[in-house]
Design a protein around this ligand. Structure first.
Ligand code: ATP
Length: 234
């Protein structure tokens, strides 16, 4: 599904990503782990075309996308939920959701798509007509994820979904990811909360100083305290 080969990226003259290769198969949740500054966010941003200086290969179902325009990536099935969520102030929850569909051609009935997604996110269903930025951080994060999903992407890149969210909502969110995985959603996840992330992931890659230094099944990594302490301490 998602294949990345020898990805390199630079901020000015700093060579941040130094040959990242990874695979995410259809229906998998794969986590990118590593200390602060290891290059996790930069990996997602580079895949989304937000880092201009880059080299390497990335494809979805064999179709290369690294040099495509944003809307072309979107049509290939790539969605991104950045750490800062980018919920639009002054719009309701429903209007924010609709923004996730507008870019798509032949979407059919917008209301039907909103209803469909609201069934998956009950917290949003109750708040469709509320101003989006009046919701809690966790609810806004759910909205950002729902807005990415409404375009029916093949792969979602999720950056730190639990950041700044109260623990009870984090548990709910990870349960939701697990349910979405059962429905076939494919996720590449960046997450500081290692235990949460590994508990729902199939596999994980560990990044250190812009390189993949380790990769294993989530089950093995959960049991591997040595690697967790070496590479995942904040
Ligand atoms: P964190 O969890 O702290 O976000 P991360 O693994 O996601 O960590 P990145 O944000 O990808 O790390 O950062 C990788 C490196 O790139 C760091 O050294 C960081 O200082 C640098 N960097 C990130 N963004 C920029 C930028 N816009 N300009 C210059 N350097 C940057």
């Amino acid at each position: 599904m998602l294949s990345v080969k020898d990805l390199n990226a630079w901020y000015d003259r700093s060579h941040i990503l130094q040959g990242i290769s990874l695979e995410v198969q259809a229906g998998e949740i794969v986590t990118l782990m590593g200390r602060n500054g290891a290059g996790k966010t930069t990996t997602l941003r580079t895949l989304m075309g937000l880092v201009p200086k880059k080299k390497g290969e990335a494809s979805i179902d064999g179709k290369p996308f690294l040099n495509l325009a944003a809307h072309e990536r979107y049509h290939l099935g790539l969605a991104y939920v950045p750490e800062d969520r980018r919920i639009v102030a002054g719009l309701t929850v429903k209007e924010n959701l609709q923004l996730g569909i507008i870019a798509k051609k032949n979407t059919g009935d917008m209301n039907a798509l909103v209803d469909e997604i609201a069934e998956i996110f009950p917290r949003l269903k109750e708040r469709l007509h509320q101003e989006a930025t009046s919701m809690s951080g966790g609810e806004q994060q759910m909205l950002a994820i729902a807005r990415a999903m409404i375009g029916k992407p093949k792969v979602i890149l999720l950056d730190e979904p639990s950041e700044g969210i109260m623990p009870v909502l984090v548990d709910e969110m990870f349960k939701l990811f697990s349910d979405l995985k059962q429905k076939g959603l494919t996720i590449l996840l960046v997450e500081q909360s290692v235990k949460h992330a590994l508990s729902i992931s199939d596999r994980a890659y560990i990044l250190d100083q812009g390189k993949i230094v380790f990769h294993d099944t989530a089950k093995n990594l959960l049991a591997n305290d040595e690697i967790q302490q070496k590479y995942c301490a904040v």
